[in-house]
Write a protein that binds this ligand. Structure first.
Ligand code: NAD
Length: 391
């Protein structure tokens, strides 16, 4: 079996392989080729890959498996061998043309972000591994843009008070942001709309804040549901009073299949003291904060709003390590270990959830077009299946 890892384009700093995973792939029966310089931005040299047993060069047209961070462009996909398995974060919503191009290229494209969040797949969960690092990095970026210290410091020259950090959304990224801010000595509060998050927040030594008007907004699969208008107002009232007293706010709130909820209004931003910092981790999904600019730091009356995209990509050496492990662990489930050959089980729930294209067609239920009616007599136009929403 041949496996190829291309160098990512478009400013992506991560790579879908690590030297440890090259060794692991070797034991599974893979001959691994890595494109020259693929790991450079993650500080993995070509010689480190070679020392682990990989070749440096190109095998785009001959590889049976391709590991990537980002979805291949139609031009890249067209170069891959028909039938090749391609594992990446495919970001297919809004990019349906590219999905069709992958189908046309005859590759089997897996969207790693659709991995079900079940115990068996925990070590393959790219959303969690990257969100964890993003939550950490959000606090590091906030600290770097903050003009004061985070911990309380009692010195001979006087006392510096601890910074107040408020985390909105206590999922994977939010919990790591809380833990990181606590490690740096900040006084941390957090909010979420899922009641279950309260205990997790408290276990990290932070105070959980939630309005009485909102009992629990847990939705399907342990994710949040969208709030009703009354609930949104109650939450906004609670946040408005609290946020004015905060030094740093980190927002991470997402609702599957919906744009990110707007949680911080421009009035709330204006209520914060100059020198305060907000990090909007949801900026790629529309943002939680009014005035946040994707890919930039906005300054609104002295309050800095950090809208960096790809926060995990700002800590690429760690992010690549975890990402590569996620991909290789999933790939391992698709290998017949005795025969040392690929064996794709289309009935496996992990495959069903992630497979976008196969055998020349778009096969994922959220993207496959409805079949045309069989008989011309029933010539009513077939309704396309509704698209949108995270799997
Ligand atoms: N393998 C697993 O079983 C697994 C892995 C990861 C996460 N999970 C679960 O998934 C859930 C969330 O994970 P995630 O971090 O990927 O979620 P996410 O990235 O979709 O959302 C981030 C957080 O924002 C919160 N949120 C949504 N709307 C909000 C609002 N209006 N105000 C405040 N907060 C709001 C959500 O409740 C969530 O905690 C948790 O229950 C977590 O335990 C399970």
């Amino acid at each position: 079996m041949k496996l190829f890892v291309p160098k990512e384009g478009g400013g992506e700093t991560r790579v879908a392989l690590s030297p440890d995973m090259v060794k692991k792939l070797g034991t599974l029966g893979f001959e691994v080729t890595v494109e020259k310089g693929a790991g450079a931005a993650s500080r993995i040299t070509d010689s480190a890959f070679e020392a682990a047993g990989a070749k440096v060069g190109s095998a785009a047209g001959t590889a049976d498996v391709i590991l990537k961070v980002r979805r291949p462009s139609p031009a890249e996909a067209a170069k891959y061998k028909k039938g090749a398995l391609v594992l990446a974060s495919m970001d297919p919503y809004g990019n349906e043309k590219d999905v069709e191009a992958m189908a046309k290229a005859g590759i089997s494209a897996f969207a790693m972000e659709f991995m079900p969040r079940i115990t068996r797949a925990q070590s393959m969960d790219v959303l969690s591994s990257q969100a964890n690092l993003a939550g950490y990095q959000a606090v590091i970026e906030a600290a770097a843009h903050f003009d004061r210290a985070l911990p309380m410091m009692m010195t001979a020259a006087g006392t510096v008070p601890a910074a107040k950090v408020f985390v909105m959304g206590a999922g994977v990224a939010g919990l790591q942001a809380i833990a990181t801010a606590r490690r740096l000595g900040a006084v941390v509060t957090a909010t979420d709309v899922r009641a279950a998050a309260g205990e997790q927040v408290a276990s990290l030594g932070a105070k959980f804040i939630m309005t009485d008007a909102l009992k629990d907004a847990s939705g399907e699969g342990g994710y949040a549901r969208e709030l009703t208008d009354d609930e949104k107002k109650a939450q906004a009232d609670l946040v408005a009073g609290h946020i004015a007293k905060q030094d740093i706010v980190i927002t991470t709130a997402l609702i599957p299949g919906r744009p990110a909820p707007k949680l911080v209004t421009k009035e709330m931003v204006a209520s914060m003291a100059p020198g305060s910092v907000i990090v909007d981790l949801a900026v790629e999904r529309g943002g939680n904060v009014e005035g946040a600019k994707a890919g930039a730091v906005a300054d609104i009356s002295g309050v800095r709003i950090i809208g960096f995209e790809n926060m995990a990509g700002r800590i690429p050496a760690s992010a690549s390590l975890l990402y590569a492990k996620n991909l290789v662990t999933f790939l391992e489930t698709m290998i017949d270990k005795e025969k040392k050959e690929l064996s794709l089980d289309l009935e496996d729930e992990l495959v069903k959830a992630t497979l976008l294209t196969h055998d020349g067609a778009v096969v994922h239920p959220n993207f496959a077009k409805a079949k045309a009616p069989a008989k011309p007599a029933a010539a009513k136009k077939a309704e396309p299946k509704k698209e949108g929403g995270d799997a």
